[in-house]
Design a protein around this ligand. Structure first.
Ligand code: PLP
Length: 708
C-alpha cells in the first residue's frame, strides 16, 4: 500500500478525530487548506492532487509519520486484549445497538445540535477505546443542523447547506451486485424507503439512514434532510424511520443486537419493531412477548424540560403507525395506551418517553439529581411499571477525554501519570501523580491553549468583518481587545431559557465594575445557538449581542457565531472559568463543565445537573446552595445575587492573588484538586463501563437488573 492509500484509510475512520498525531499529520500537509475544509480529511485529500501530495510528503519527510499513524490505526483495530474482551464478552456476538437522533463526533460530520449528540459521539468513542461492541444507529441529515448567522442587530438567522456525501467519511451499505441495500417502513399514507450509510468510529460502526432515495415521494425524499426541522408529521416520520427502520437496517446487515439502548425517546418506536419481530418468530401475542421485549431495552431520557418529550396526536399516530399496530395485533386504544400516562384518557397524546419507560426494563436518568426529577415528573407511571418502583437508576454522563483534552496537558499528564494513564483513568489513584507537579509548570502549560483560543476568536471575527459592511468599527475593536492575561469566562451552550444566559447580564452596572476593574479585569466569551423555532431563545441571544456592543463591554464581552464542536473545543481548552447557570433542576446533567476540568479550568455553577455530585468546596465554585423556588423570578433573583457575590468576593480575588513569580497558587491548588477529584468519575469511560455492567449485560443475560 502506498502512502496515499494509507492517508486515505486514515481519513476514513473517525478514530483520527481523537488522535493528535493524525490531526497534526493532516494539518502539516497544508494548514490553510486544512482549516478551509473545516478539518475534514476526506475533502482535504480530494482537494490535493496526487503530484502535489507526493511533493509535500517528500519536502516534509512525512513518510515515516504516515507509516507510524497507519500502523497505529491497524494495531488499534486488531487489539484483542482490552476491557471489553474481558468484561463484555457476550456483546461480541450480539452488540449493543445505540439509537440516537443525533451524533456529535466531529465538526466535519454535522449530525448534532448540542449536548445530546455530543454525548452519543463520546459514548461511541469510549466504547471503541474500551472494546465494548456498539453499533450507533441514526439518521443522515444531508443539511445537518443549521449554520448560525447574526444580523446587524443580533437576530439569529439559519442557513442550511447540503453536504456533499462524497466528501464525508462514510460508505453506502451495498449488496454484492453493487445495488445499495434498502430498508422500507410503511405508513398509511406512503412507504418510506431508505439507504444505509456506514461510518467507522474506531472499532465501532455508525449506521445512518437516508431517505433521499429515488423511489420515495418528493416529501419523503427530504424527510431526513434536516435535524429537528419540520412539523410534527415530519418529526414522527423521522422517528419511525430511526426506530423501526434502524432496527431493520441492523438485521439487513446481519447484525442481531443483544441490547437496544435508546438515547432519548426519539427512537422508542424501535421497541415496537423488536416486539413485532419476536411475535412473528415465536408465534405469540403482544402480551406474551411484552416482558421479553422489555428485557432487551435500555432507555435513557435526558431532560426535565416538558417540550423535550415528543408527544403526538392520536390521529397522527394512527396515520403513521397503523401498519405496525396491525402487525402487533393491537386495538387502537390499547396501542395508544402504550404512550399514555393515563391509559383510559382518550384525549391524551402519545408520548415517546412514556413508551420508553413502560417498555424498558432498565430506564436511567443521567445524574443523581435528574433521577429525582425524572422520578417525580413521571410519577403517574410507576404503578403501571412495577420494575421502576423505588428510586430510578442513574448513570451520570461523562466526556470522552481524548476528544476534549488540549495537547500540552496530554503530554503533561503522560509525564506525571505515566504512559498508560488513559487506560487507567477511572482509577482515582491514577490522578495522585499530579501532586508532584509544580504550580509554575502547570500554569505555563495552560497558557498556550489560552493564546490559541484568542487567536481563534480573532480569526473568526476577521472572517465576519470580511463579510460585514465596511467601517464596522465594533468588530475592529473586538479584534484588538481580548487579553490572554485577563480572567476569561466562557459561557457556551444552546440558548434555552432555563440555562439563563441573562443571569450574568442582569445588572450591567455591577458587571461594568467587574469587567472594567483596572487591577482585576474580566472578559466573557459567549457562544451558542437557539433552536430555530424558539423565539424566546433568539431574544435571549439578541440580548447578549446587544450587551457585547455596549461601549462599556466592546472587546470584553464577545460572542462567537456558529457554536459547534470546533468552537467548543477551543473554548473548553482556553478559558479559566466556565460559567453554568441553569435554573435547578432543569439541567439533566450538562457535560461542558466536565470538559473544562481536564483542561485545568474551574467551574462556577448552580447546583444543578452533575454539579451537586461533583462539588466538594475546593474543586470549583458554587452559585447558591441548591435553592429552588416555584416562582422562577425569586429563584433567579437569589441565584443572581449569589453569582455576583461569588465572582466578586471569591473567584476574582483568588485568580489575581499571585506569588512572586506571578503564579496564582491557591487557584492552581483548586485546579489540581478539581482534576484529582473529578476526572476519574466524570468521563465517558466510566459511563460506558457503568452502562455495560448495570444495563447491557443484565439485558443480554436476560437477568433482572436491580432497581436501586
Ligand atoms: C459539550 C457540548 C455541549 C453540551 O453542553 P452543556 O453545557 O452540557 O449543555 C453542547 N454543544 C457542544 C458543541 C458541546 O461540545
Amino acid at each position: 500500500m502506498n502512502f496515499q492509500q494509507k492517508l486515505k484509510e486514515l481519513s476514513r475512520n473517525l478514530y483520527w478525530t481523537w488522535q493528535p498525531e493524525m490531526i497534526d499529520l493532516f494539518r502539516d500537509i497544508d494548514p490553510v487548506l486544512w482549516r478551509e475544509v473545516n478539518h475534514n480529511p476526506v475533502e482535504f485529500l480530494s482537494r490535493i492532487s496526487s503530484e502535489e501530495l507526493e511533493r509535500k510528503a517528500d519536502d516534509l519527510a512525512l513518510n515515516a509519520r504516515i507509516n507510524h499513524a497507519f500502523h497505529h490505526l491497524k494495531n488499534y483495530l486488531q487489539e484483542d486484549i482490552n476491557w471489553g474482551r474481558l468484561n463484555a464478552a457476550p456483546l461480541h456476538a450480539h452488540p449493543v445497538a445505540y439509537f440516537s437522533a443525533e451524533f456529535g463526533i466531529h465538526e466535519s460530520l454535522p449530525l448534532y445540535s448540542g449536548g445530546l449528540g455530543v454525548l452519543a459521539g463520546d459514548h461511541l468513542k469510549s466504547a471503541s477505546d474500551l472494546g465494548v461492541p456498539i453499533v450507533g444507529v441514526g439518521l443522515f441529515y444531508a443539511q445537518g443542523y443549521f449554520n448560525q448567522k447574526l444580523t446587524e442587530n443580533g437576530w439569529q438567522e439559519e442557513n442550511y447547506f447540503a453536504a456533499d456525501v462524497n466528501k464525508l467519511p462514510m460508505e453506502k451499505a451495498g449488496q454484492d451486485d453493487g445495488n445499495p441495500l434498502e430498508i422500507r417502513v410503511d405508513t398509511l399514507s406512503s412507504k418510506i424507503t431508505a439507504h444505509i450509510w456506514s461510518a467507522n468510529v474506531g472499532r465501532n460502526k455508525l449506521l445512518l439512514l437516508d431517505s433521499d432515495v429515488a423511489s420515495n415521494s418528493e416529501q419523503d425524499r427530504s424527510l431526513t434532510s434536516t435535524l429537528y426541522g419540520g412539523d410534527a408529521r415530519t418529526r414522527i416520520r423521522q422517528e419511525l424511520l430511526l426506530g423501526v427502520g434502524g432496527l431493520r437496517a441492523l438485521w439487513k446487515l446481519g447484525i442481531e443486537p443483544g441490547v437496544l439502548h435508546l438515547n432519548e425517546g426519539h427512537s422508542a418506536f424501535a421497541i415496537l419493531e423488536y416486539a413485532r419481530n419476536l411475535m412473528e418468530k415465536e408465534a405469540r401475542s403482544f402480551d406474551e412477548i411484552r416482558e421479553k421485549t422489555a428485557q432487551k431495552i435500555v432507555f435513557t431520557p435526558h431532560t426535565p424540560v416538558e417540550s423535550g418529550h415528543d408527544r403526538f396526536e392520536p390521529q397522527l399516530i394512527e396515520e403513521t403507525l397503523e401498519p405496525m399496530r396491525h402487525s402487533l395485533g393491537l386495538h387502537p386504544s390499547k396501542f395508544l395506551a402504550l404512550g399514555r400516562l393515563e391509559p383510559e384518557n382518550n384525549q391524551e397524546h402519545f408520548c415517546m418517553t412514556v413508551l420508553g419507560i413502560k417498555l424498558s426494563h432498565y430506564t436511567n436518568a443521567v445524574s443523581s439529581l435528574h433521577a429525582r426529577t425524572t422520578q417525580k415528573m413521571w410519577e403517574k407511571l410507576w404503578p403501571q411499571t412495577p420494575q421502576h418502583q423505588g428510586f430510578l437508576n442513574h448513570i451520570t454522563n461523562g466526556i470522552h477525554i481524548a476528544s476534549w483534552l488540549a495537547v500540552p496537558l496530554d503530554s503533561l499528564y503522560t509525564r506525571y501519570l505515566g504512559q498508560d494513564w488513559e487506560k487507567k483513568l477511572c482509577v482515582p489513584d491514577t490522578w495522585k501523580g499530579l501532586e508532584k507537579m509544580e504550580n509554575d509548570e502547570f500554569w505555563e502549560h495552560l497558557q498556550a491553549p489560552k493564546t490559541q483560543l484568542i487567536k481563534f476568536i480573532h480569526r473568526r471575527v476577521c472572517r465576519k468583518c470580511g463579510t460585514a459592511r465596511r467601517g464596522n468599527l465594533l468588530m475592529e475593536h473586538e479584534k484588538i481587545l481580548l487579553n490572554p492575561h485577563t480572567l476569561t469566562i466562557g459561557f457556551s451552550r444552546r440558548f434555552s431559557e432555563y440555562k439563563r444566559a441573562f443571569l450574568i447580564l442582569s445588572d450591567l452596572e455591577r458587571l461594568d465594575k467587574i469587567i472594567n476593574n483596572k487591577e482585576k479585569p474580566v472578559q466573557i466569551i459567549f457562544s451558542g445557538k437557539a433552536h430555530p423555532a424558539n423565539k424566546q431563545g433568539k431574544e435571549l441571544l439578541q440580548q447578549v449581542i446587544k450587551v457585547s456592543k455596549d461601549p462599556r463591554f466592546i472587546g470584553k464581552i464577545v460572542f462567537i457565531e456558529d457554536y459547534d464542536i470546533n468552537v467548543a473545543r477551543h473554548l473548553v481548552q482556553g478559558v479559566d472559568l466556565w460559567l453554568n447557570t441553569p435554573r435547578r433542576p432543569m439541567e439533566a446533567c450538562g457535560t461542558s463543565g466536565q470538559k473544562i476540568v481536564l483542561n485545568g479550568g474551574l467551574n462556577l455553577s448552580t447546583f444543578d445537573g452533575w454539579w451537586p455530585e461533583a462539588y466538594d468546596g475546593r474543586n470549583g465554585f458554587g452559585i447558591g446552595n441548591g435553592y429552588e423556588n416555584a416562582d422562577p423570578n425569586k429563584q433567579d433573583e437569589t441565584d443572581r445575587k449569589s453569582l455576583y457575590e461569588t465572582l466578586e468576593n471569591t473567584v476574582i480575588p483568588m485568580f489575581y492573588d499571585r506569588n512572586g513569580e506571578g503564579t496564582p497558587d491557591e487557584w492552581i491548588t483548586y485546579q489540581k484538586h478539581a482534576i484529582r477529584t473529578l476526572a476519574w468519575r466524570f468521563n465517558a469511560s466510566r459511563m460506558v463501563k457503568d452502562y455495560t455492567r448495570n444495563a447491557y449485560l443484565p439485558a443480554i443475560g436476560g437477568k433482572t437488573s436491580s432497581y436501586q
